[in-house]
Design a protein around this ligand. Structure first.
Ligand code: ATP
Ligand code: MG
Length: 171
């Protein structure tokens, strides 16, 4: 078993969640296990169905949908907290080769989780578990802690021309 590193996919360009899913598929086809935790999101993303194809893929959502346009509520905070507790168990169990904390940077940015709490959870992860944190606005403390940080830089995005998220491409 390899040592597990801490990766971050951040920035304002497309590909943060997509790249994490690509790594997840690589881990799965090598016969290993993946846990994919989605913060913020409560919508029916295509990735929810990956477990139909890969029995070693587990996915859970810790969000109600998309509050990004409103203020987060107490219940948004509660769901995110419970999600972090769940991911903490998963990360420390040693049962997963890869754990993705999708949009966790956004959960921190909107005040649903504290950076220190996330750092504590990462410090308790099993040695061989790789973790990928995604989402724009990664805090500098997490960037310092991580071993691999990639910033997706937006050169152009069709979202700015009114193209909304499409099934099979964005979700
Ligand atoms: P992907 O899941 O396609 O890899 P990502 O994880 O890099 O994308 P996110 O920041 O999670 O990007 O954004 C997910 C979706 O949110 C985008 O596909 C887009 O439809 C929508 N979106 C909302 N606001 C913006 C914005 N300002 N710029 C670009 N996309 C946005
Ligand atoms: Mg994303």
């Amino acid at each position: 078993m390899h040592k597990g590193y801490i990766q971050i996919n951040t920035g304002d360009g497309k590909g943060k969640t997509t790249a994490a899913l690509g790594t997840a598929v690589r881990t799965l086809v090598s016969g290993k296990t993946v846990f994919f935790g989605q913060f913020i999101k409560g919508v029916e993303t295509g990735e929810l169905r990956l477990s139909e194809y890969f029995p070693n893929f587990e996915i859970e959502q810790f969000g109600k949908g998309c509050f990004i346009f409103d203020e987060p509520t107490e219940s948004d905070i509660k769901i995110a907290r419970e999600g972090l507790n769940r991911c903490s168990e998963i990360l420390s169990s040693g049962d997963y080769s890869l754990v993705v904390l999708d949009e966790i940077n956004v959960a921190i940015y909107y005040g649903l989780l504290k950076t220190d709490e996330v750092i504590k959870v990462l410090s308790e992860k099993a040695e061989n578990t790789e973790v990928i944190l995604t989402g724009r606005y990664a805090p500098k403390e997490l960037i310092e802690l991580a071993d691999l940080v990639t910033e997706m830089k937006k050169v152009k995005h069709y979202f700015d021309n009114g193209v909304k998220a499409r099934r099979g491409i964005e979700y």
